[in-house]
Design a protein around this ligand. Sequence first.
Ligand code: UN1
Length: 514
Amino acid sequence: ATGHRLPDTDALRARAAAALDRCGVDLDAYTGAGADTVLARTPLTGGTLAHLAATTPEQTDAAVAEAHRTFMDWRTVPAPRRGALVKRLGELLTAHREDLADLVTIEAGKIRSEALGEVQEMIDICDFAVGLSRQLYGRTIAGERPGHRLSESWHPLGVVGVLSAFNFPVAVWSWNTAVALVCGDTVVWKPSELTPLTALACDGLLARAVADVGAPAGVHRLLLGARECGERLVDDPRVALVSATGSVRMGRQVAPRVAARFGRCLLELGGNNAAVVAPSADLDLTVRGVVFSAAGTAGQRCTTLRRLIVHEDLADRLVERIVHAYGQLPLGDPFDPATLVGPLISTAAHTAMSEALAEAQRSGGKLLAGSERCLADQAPHAAYVRPAVVRMPEQTEIVRTETFAPILYVLTYRTLDEAIALHNGVPQGLSSSIFTRDQREAERFLAADGSDCGIANVNIGTSGAEIGGAFGGEKETGGGRESGSDAWRAYMRRATNTVNYSAELPLAQGVSFL
Ligand code: UN1
């Protein structure tokens, strides 16, 4: 641990309220008591920050109705003007960078640099979306009939329901919202019930941007609630696209419900990301890349590195260096600039971690580092836990399971084919990487018969993607793509247009009739 004393809950509550106030949110207006409340808590101490009134089912329906009504007009606003709203949002996010980072640290437990990085990711996607607002290109297609023009147009889709997770409480909202807004959609957001205050800040800043540019208020609605609230959103036929980030379990419930009403789904579910370390790898770089991806964010990214597949000639040497680096990781108060590992989101996450480690050891795994709980005397309701490294004899069931905690399983391989088979031998398919200086190996890993993930990297870890690429993965990860590249297409509907400007009526495929 860093030796720094943890802040107490009262100080964190005051800091959160001050940040919210600067973002234009009066916390008192949202507080409520009784059965239907959402508890705002901080993983730094495990203490309660606020009791917030949960959105009722009637309010959920009204929010969707308003977003839908607003969509009817918003879809006709020229895209570059919609971009002006997102441009203003980006300016406000920049001005309130520290406030949002404070809230992310207080509610999600991220260290300062990662909390600021998450806000940067929001600013970056706003920039991207503003550019996109002048580039929602369709194609002109070479048609088969004279005097005819064949083309496609991209139109706004409708209301986008966004379900987001605690671990990226603001960035994932911004990926969806910035892109959806320039695409002419309106958004109803159900954030994780673990991070309601960061959600209020985002909603407050967007409301201010809306007022500043004179956009309609109903382009964005926030729902604070638990599962039932999300279910109502998911089942509402006025919600054209449900963009859901979270566990595979959640996705299994959401996808069939949306499919039953022929709605669209964009799923970002679990990852079980691996890195292959080949004999030619640059070890200094590999150690840094591995430790950031595996122990960073206390192992709570969907892109976190969970499996290390190392060539057998290298394994002992590399593992020793990783274990040494783990021993040096400062753990503790995420506001302390020296800290690199903050708390887990809850003591329940620690229980899940301990159970996974026990299971790994029962199936022959050897715990080489970590798993100790720290600072329990200062914060008995928080979970400060040392990231763990476990050497596994084979890829057992627990290794094939995503445990949302910092556990790095180490496996060894002899041939690259074997490494790729191990790599792809899990149900999830989000992110992947290979550390090698051998071009043949690197290219093979990126090829059609290499990594089966949505993200495949060379000589960097599995986490920390830029917003410019499409983000998402295959298999149980759900197949969705958000953020950059052409991910915007999921937020629009395509119309194919054939225009006849001749005086004839030739039919396609040479059909003759009348
Ligand atoms: C997530 O964990 O849900 O690539 C998103 C990354 C981040 C986004 C992670 N840019 O690690």
